[in-house]
Ligand binder design. Structure first.
Ligand code: MLT
Length: 278
């Protein structure tokens, strides 16, 4: 898919993103769609979305420390908070000179979308929440994060891929689409243990976004996978109840990584939503 890598340096730190190659579109005026990736993948997971929406320029930042299989080496992330990661996204928007965009993310990308909304609600022309939840980590989830951190220290990204793949992909994908499992594994293994540990810390200390759901007044699309074993559809229903006039789309035969498992259905739902925002 036609895309290019772009970057800015802020305070000595480089922030990279993938974006639609402008030569691949015939539209003369483009609206901006920002897509934030899941844990522990990278912006490369949005390849099938990069030129799927005529008239839209798609920007997909690599969250601090993460990189795609074809990306250059990256600085290690340290221990950022979710709000600091949101500031990275703001730097990208500032560098593009774009005051407003449709902004969304999948799973961890959704947590980051909420963090960005918390600090910069005026940036949002529209909001997309895929396979994510508004609530913060429960004590049980935090315990799971500590185990994941120990696993990545012991076994590196490959051990994380072994552990997570059966949960990331729905039963249908695991049975019928082995190429998707291979692709997701390659995305996970392109990352460093430090990037994965940095994101674990940011996720387990993130703030509960349920109290801000009622403040979201921009058009909002919520997508959920019927076979999502990591974030149940009840989490999508909770966001749908809390966000005024939001649209909820349930994707059948789809697990946690909706855009990779059912790209046609995902793009059709997102495309319909974007046509009303352009
Ligand atoms: C993700 O897909 O981003 C993660 O599964 C989110 C999480 O672990 O909470």
């Amino acid at each position: 898919m036609p895309h290019r890598l772009n970057e800015i340096t802020v305070g000595g730190r480089t922030i990279r993103w993938r974006e639609t190659d402008p030569r691949s579109t015939t539209a003369d005026r483009l609206s901006l769609l920002v897509l934030l990736h899941a844990f522990p993948l990278s912006a490369a997971m949005w390849e099938a979305q990069s030129d799927a929406f005529p008239g839209w320029r798609v920007i997909a930042p690599d969250i601090r420390g993460f990189r795609g299989p074809d990306g250059p080496a990256v600085q290690q992330p340290g221990e950022p908070t979710m709000q600091e990661l949101a500031t990275d996204v703001e730097h990208v928007l500032d560098s593009l000179g774009v005051p407003q965009a449709v902004i969304g993310g999948l799973s961890m990308g959704g947590y980051l979308t909420f963090a960005l909304f918390r600090q910069a609600p005026a940036r949002f022309k529209g909001l997309v929440l895929a396979n994510t939840r508004a609530s913060a980590d429960s004590d049980e989830a935090k315990e799971g994060r500590r185990k994941m951190r120990a696993l990545v220290e012991r076994g590196g990204p490959a051990a994380v891929a072994d552990d997570m793949l059966p949960k990331l992909l729905g039963a249908t994908t695991r049975q019928d689409k082995p190429e998707v499992a291979r692709h997701v594994r390659s995305l996970i293994e392109a990352n460093s243990a430090e990037a994965i540990k940095g994101a674990i810390g940011a996720m387990m200390t993130r703030t509960d976004a349920r109290p801000i759901l009622a403040e979201i007044a921009c058009p909002t699309l919520i997508l959920a996978g019927e076979e999502d074993a990591l974030i149940p559809v009840t989490a999508a229903e909770e966001m749908h109840r809390g966000i005024r006039d939001s649209q909820l789309v349930m994707l059948p035969r789809c697990g946690h990584l909706a855009n990779l498992e059912q790209p046609d259905a995902f793009n059709a739902a997102l495309g319909r939503f974007l046509r009303n925002q352009a």
